[in-house]
Write a protein of this length. Structure first.
Length: 272
């Protein structure tokens, strides 16, 4: 018996990294998964982004656990496509209980003159995309009248300023991750009477493809600032599963009265 038997979770950015870890961890607890990912490159992002093969691998990992997964190639910036994917997944899997707004991007090695575009891409993916995710999935949660759990993946950079002075994408990242907290607090109040809980999770650096090269890029752009990015606990980066374990608790009945919180999984970074 898992803590999420009979539940269905909608996860953005599910093809790899944290999103894949969240899908697998919740499947281990008995959840079926609706997973979406852009599976394409955004022009201002210099590292290779996810592919359709990555998403197919996540589906295979979930199915290996005996759970079902509906995977779709969708850009969270496209509200209509996101709503269609959510509705299709609910039709196929029968319900919706959990929403994880996880999709994100980072900006290392950004070419000169691209600050404005990178700032806008950060806001569109990680703030507007989160809004789109909630708007796409909330109708199903409300129609069931059985409550639910929404988790917005922010960052330690959503609770404190950390990478200012590098490039426009980093400023956009911080603005978006802070903005997610505002969305969470508004929705937590709005949806509490319906027993729909809304929280944010704030990881420190996580060992994923998205983070590859970020430390080197920061050190080159601002050596003094980069020196201050180390975790107080003796770990350089945490594993995706460390974040997924916190989410598995937060969306379970063990946290049934936990709403409106900012939960760091950060090796002490926010307290630093």
């Amino acid at each position: 018996m898992g803590t999420l038997d009979g539940k269905v979770a909608f996860i953005t950015g599910a093809a790899r990294g944290q999103g894949r870890a969240h899908a697998v961890r919740l499947a281990e607890e008995g959840a079926d998964i609706i997973g979406i990912d852009i599976c394409d490159q955004i022009d201002t992002v210099t590292y290779p982004m996810s592919t359709k093969d990555d998403l197919a691998e996540t589906v295979a990992l979930v199915e290996k656990l005996g759970r079902r997964m509906e995977g779709s190639v969708v850009d969270v910036r496209n509200a209509d496509a996101l709503s269609d994917a959510a509705a299709r997944g609910v039709r196929e899997l029968g319900r919706l209980d959990i929403v994880i707004a996880n999709a994100g991007i980072m900006f290392q090695g950004l070419a000169p003159g691209r600050d404005n575009l990178a700032f806008r891409d950060a806001i569109d993916v990680m703030l507007v995309g989160v809004w789109n995710t909630i708007q796409a999935t909330l109708p199903a949660l409300q129609e069931q009248r059985e409550g639910g759990s929404i988790v917005l993946i922010s960052s330690v950079n959503g609770l404190k300023g950390m990478v200012a002075g590098t490039n426009g994408g980093n400023f956009g990242y911080a603005a978006a991750k802070h903005g997610i907290v505002g969305l969470m607090r508004m929705y937590a109040n709005l949806l509490a009477p319906e027993s729909i809980r809304v929280n944010t999770v704030h990881p420190t650096g996580v060992d994923t493809p998205m983070l590859a090269g970020f430390g080197e890029s920061m050190a080159a752009a601002n050596p003094a600032l980069a020196q201050g990015l180390g975790n107080p606990m003796p770990v350089g980066t945490i594993e995706p599963r460390d974040v997924s374990n916190a989410i598995a608790w937060l969306v379970s009945d063990a946290a049934r009265y936990v709403t409106g919180i900012t939960l760091p999984v950060d090796a002490g970074m926010v307290n630093k």
